[in-house]
Design a protein around this ligand. Structure first.
Ligand SMILES: *Cc1c(COP(=O)(O)O)cnc(C)c1O
Length: 505
């Protein structure tokens, strides 16, 4: 007893001595870690330019100031024993608490239980598991208000934003561009939230009737739908131009809810644990997950869950014809596509030219070396490609659990039919991508969970092509296209959008 007390005193004395002798910089670093507690979760930039940020500091930001992405300094350990029998909201609290430990526990618990309810997600379970046959399951992530998995994280983000803005006495004007899914998930998460307005640009006549009606029918005073006479790229260019005006951006507190936001990744980690507990009886068992992928946000959350100690055997990444990521995992070459090279497919939410979260994964492959990462991304910007084949980085890939495959339109149509005929279950085109690829990697004795990322009702045309009939609408959406709409038509130029924001702030 006595000797351990002594050694503790000795240790703290020696630390103080070290600080006295150190230069002011080291002292400041030491004080900063003391103030935040030694065990607090801190965030760094993949490119080395930001250190010791806390969760609530990075929550409202997009990119780090050096252009990198924020990642936790280290992955926390999962407590599988303690978490196995928790309900979804309670599990979400336990996991998010590890990443957002600068929010007091009782307050974070209140936010998670507001986000994950039967009212919002339709069932007490929040995320039901559907067993197709023994060892093959769908994890139903698309029961939120916009019928796609983005609601899982976005609903939590809405509560986190409102909470942090209120604490700081700040407001936020979210400016975004959408071709469908992301914009509506953001609007449904932010509607009615205090201190937040959403200005969402969408291209005239380019969304499905369902997607358009879903957004434009919102009547909330803090949601502004701006229909742009142009295409999606015009909308995105306007957002970039407005954000490039630093004075305007600061004065009107312009923010974003893009898919590189760390809080979105963190909230997505939860359902990997949830799915694992539903299909296993002991924490020694392994499972594999299949994930229809675009920006690498969803599957990156699965990778983090694995790093935290969740026994995931394989992370099966599925792409459509836009196979940037499948190409990387097969060959080690990561080649971003030009916008004219991106194909418009029947799983449009996976039509990407580059995978914005991928930098986080490559950062880990480099052994978390920001200098090396920076060099790779400089090359990527310059040449549009990085080739990791034959490098130490690429040899680390198998140990991270990733395998990959891709699908074509014909594969998806056939898979929708096969899943319906064999299991009586209707899946959408994105989920069909995942099912098609996951069946190629099935192993005896390892349960396989395919993430269901959208409901078939959103993609009626492909269902008609596959089965010759209309998908059923979930309850509450029958009259969607007949509801009154609220939107403004706006010319495709940044000045008009700025004037609109000024007039509505
Ligand atoms: C966004 C989306 C995806 C792709 O998810 P990422 O996190 O971008 O990889 C897949 N399916 C649906 C339905 C989506 O909306």
């Amino acid at each position: 007893m006595r000797s351990s007390e002594n050694s503790r005193v000795f240790q703290s004395r020696s630390k103080i001595k070290f600080v006295r002798e150190a230069d002011w910089f080291l002292r400041a670093e030491w004080l900063r870690t003391r103030c935040h507690g030694d065990f607090g979760m801190k965030y760094v930039s993949t490119r080395g330019g930001a250190q010791h940020q806390r969760f609530t500091d990075i929550l409202l930001e997009g990119l780090a100031p050096d252009g990198g992405l924020y990642v936790p300094e280290a992955y926390p350990r999962a407590d599988l024993e303690a978490w196995r029998d928790l309900g979804y909201g309670a599990l979400a609290f336990e996991i998010l608490h590890l990443f957002a430990d600068d929010i007091p526990s009782d307050e974070l618990r209140a936010l998670t239980s507001l986000a994950y309810t039967k009212e919002v997600f339709g069932t007490d379970e929040v995320v039901p598991l559907r067993t197709l046959e023994p060892g093959l399951h769908l994890l139903a992530l698309s029961n939120g208000p916009t019928l796609a998995f983005k609601d899982m994280a976005m609903q939590m983000l809405g509560h986190l934003f409102e909470y942090v803005l209120a604490k700081r006495g700040q407001v936020l004007n979210i400016l975004g561009a959408t071709s469908g899914d992301t914009g509506s998930a953001a609007e449904y998460a932010m509607r009615g939230k205090k201190g937040i307005r959403v200005f969402m640009l969408s291209p005239r006549g380019r969304m499905s009737a369902f997607q358009r009606a879903q957004m434009y029918s919102l009547q909330d005073a803090n949601i502004f739908n701006l229909e742009v006479n142009g295409v999606f790229d015009d909308c995105q260019d306007i957002v970039k131009t407005v954000n490039a005006d630093a004075t305007f951006k600061a004065r009107f507190r312009i923010g974003a809810v893009n898919s590189i936001n760390w809080a979105r990744v963190a909230a997505q980690i939860v359902y990997y644990f949830w799915g694992y507990f539903r299909v296993t009886r002991s924490n020694a068992e392994q499972v594999s997950f299949a994930v229809p992928s675009g920006n690498f946000g969803n599957i990156h959350a699965g990778y983090v869950a694995r790093c935290m100690g969740l026994p995931i055997k394989r992370l099966i990444l599925a792409t459509n014809e836009n196979d940037v990521l499948d190409e990387f995992f097969r060959t080690g070459r990561y080649r971003v596509r030009g916008s004219t090279e991106v194909k418009a497919t029947s799983s449009p939410s996976m039509d990407i030219s580059k995978a914005s979260n991928f930098e986080r994964y490559v950062f880990d492959l480099t052994g978390r070396d920001p200098a090396r990462l920076k060099e790779l991304w400089r090359r990527l910007d310059r040449e549009g490609i990085i080739d990791l084949s034959g490098t130490a980085e690429f040899t680390r890939v198998p140990a991270t659990g990733f395998v990959s495959g891709s699908s074509t339109h014909a594969d998806r149509i056939a898979t929708i039919r096969r899943v319906f005929e064999r299991y009586g279950r209707l899946v959408d085109t994105h989920t069909a991508d995942g099912v098609k690829v996951c069946l190629e990697f099935r192993e005896p004795g390892v349960p396989l969970i395919c993430l269901e990322t959208a409901q078939p009702a959103k993609f009626a045309e492909a269902i008609r092509e596959s089965l010759g009939r209309e998908p059923e609408r979930p309850g509450g959406y029958e009259d969607l296209e007949r509801r009154p709409e609220r939107f403004e038509v706006i010319e495709p130029d940044a000045e008009s959008v700025k004037r609109y924001i000024v007039a509505h702030c």
